[in-house]
Design a binder for this molecule. Structure first.
Ligand SMILES: [Zn+2]
Length: 188
C-alpha cells in the first residue's frame, strides 16, 4: 500500500523506504525505512523527496528533543541503562506514548565513568534530557548538574537514600554509601 498526502498515520507507521524519501518533520529513519514519529497527516513532497507527518496542534503530549523527563531505572546492563519514562517536567498531562529510553555510559557525566552501576541502579528515579527520538524509543543524557538521580534506592534494603555529594548517596538504615550520578535537584 502506498502512503499518500493526507493519510492519517500513527507513530511507528511505515511511510516509505529511505532510498525514495528523506524523513521530514514528524518522521524519522529506522533501518532503511522512513517512519512516522507522531500521530498526524502525511505530507509527501515529491520535489524535495521528503515525507513529513503534520500533527494537529493541541494533540497528544509527545516528547521532543531537549525535553526534560522523569523516569525510573529498569535495568543496568553493560554500557546502557534502560529507563521507563513516566512524565515530562513542567506538565501534568499524561504522555501520549509509553516511552522507553536508554542512557549510554558516555552520556551520563561530562567525565569518564568506569562502570554504569557507579551512576544508576535499578529502582532509582532520574531526571534526564531527551537527546534522540525514534518513535516511542528515546536516548537520554544526564550530564548537566541538575540531571541524574533524584531519588536513589539502596541496593541492600530498598530504602530511599540521602545525597552526600555529586557522586555519592547514603543509606541511614545500612549506614553505608553507594555511588550515583546525583542531580542537584535530588528529592530529599
Ligand atoms: Zn540500605
Amino acid at each position: 500500500m502506498k502512503i499518500e498526502s493526507g493519510d492519517f498515520v500513527m507513530p511507528g507507521d511505515f511511510l516509505s523506504v529511505s532510498e525514495k524519501f528523506l524523513p521530514g518533520q514528524g518522521a524519522y529513519e529506522d533501518y532503511g525505512s522512513v517512519k512516522s514519529g507522531v500521530p498526524g497527516n502525511v505530507l509527501v513532497d515529491e520535489e524535495e523527496k521528503e515525507i513529513s507527518v503534520i500533527s494537529k496542534s493541541g494533540g497528544p503530549n509527545l516528547l521532543k528533543v531537549g525535553d526534560i523527563v522523569y523516569g525510573e531505572i529498569k535495568d543496568v546492563r553493560g554500557q546502557r541503562a534502560l529507563v521507563s519514562i513516566y512524565a515530562k517536567k513542567g506538565t501534568n498531562r499524561e504522555l501520549a506514548l509509553p516511552y522507553m529510553a536508554a542512557i549510554h555510559i558516555s552520556q551520563v557525566t561530562p567525565s569518564y565513568i568506569d562502570k554504569l552501576t557507579d551512576a544508576f541502579r535499578i529502582g532509582d528515579l532520574i531526571e534526564a534530557k531527551v537527546v534522540k527520538i525514534m518513535g516511542d524509543n528515546l536516548d537520554l543524557n544526564t550530564e548537566d548538574i541538575g540531571l541524574g538521580v533524584v531519588k536513589a534506592m539502596c541496593t541492600r534494603c530498598r530504602t530511599f537514600m540521602d545525597p552526600c555529594n555529586e557522586s555519592e548517596v547514603y543509606c541511614p538504615v545500612c549506614d553505608r554509601k553507594e555511588k550515583r550520578k546525583v542531580s542537584k535537584n535530588y528529592d530529599y
